[in-house]
Ligand binder design. Structure first.
Ligand code: FES
Length: 148
């Protein structure tokens, strides 16, 4: 029988290994959502509505969405850290190139146990460098992530 941590690891590696395109995928743990987005002139644009689950009339919101990007085998995670605040982080551990998982409000590395805050800062080693993050702008409806 596969334990929960091993299942998440296996699942997320499968997701990270998926073809690199911007697509939608309702995740294997129920909490992973790949957002629909567009890319132009070094800016990824996605609708804030991607944070809405649409499951109930209450429109529960997601804390984070993922984006597959062409420049990395790892996705970018856009984490909602406040009412209209977002942080976009590359989900690549800075210790030794391993994919991160979002677990319990942090980014966790299944390889050697490093942990990062949702703002990309190291909480627990062995990693010593913060995650790569990207400048973000928002308007009333959209989030713009500057990756160039
Ligand atoms: Fe992430 Fe070592 S690769 S802690």
């Amino acid at each position: 029988m596969m334990d929960r941590k091993k299942f998440i690891r296996t699942c997320c590696y499968s997701v990270v290994g998926a073809p690199l395109s911007i697509s939608t995928l309702q995740g294997c743990t129920g909490g992973i959502h790949y957002a629909k987005a567009s890319f132009e002139n070094g800016v990824i644009s996605l609708s804030k509505s991607e944070f809405q689950t649409g499951i109930s009339k209450e429109e529960k919101s997601r804390k984070h969405v993922l984006l597959n990007v062409d420049f990395s085998q790892f996705p970018v995670c856009v984490y909602k850290t406040g009412s209209d605040k977002y942080v976009a982080s590359l989900m690549q551990c800075t210790h030794n190139v391993c994919g991160l998982v979002v677990e319990g409000g942090i980014y966790a590395c299944p390889c050697h146990g490093s942990e990062f805050s949702t703002e990309g800062q190291v909480l627990e080693g062995p990693a010593q460098e913060n995650l790569k993050t990207f400048e973000i702008e928002v308007d009333d409806e959209n989030i713009f992530i500057h990756i160039a």
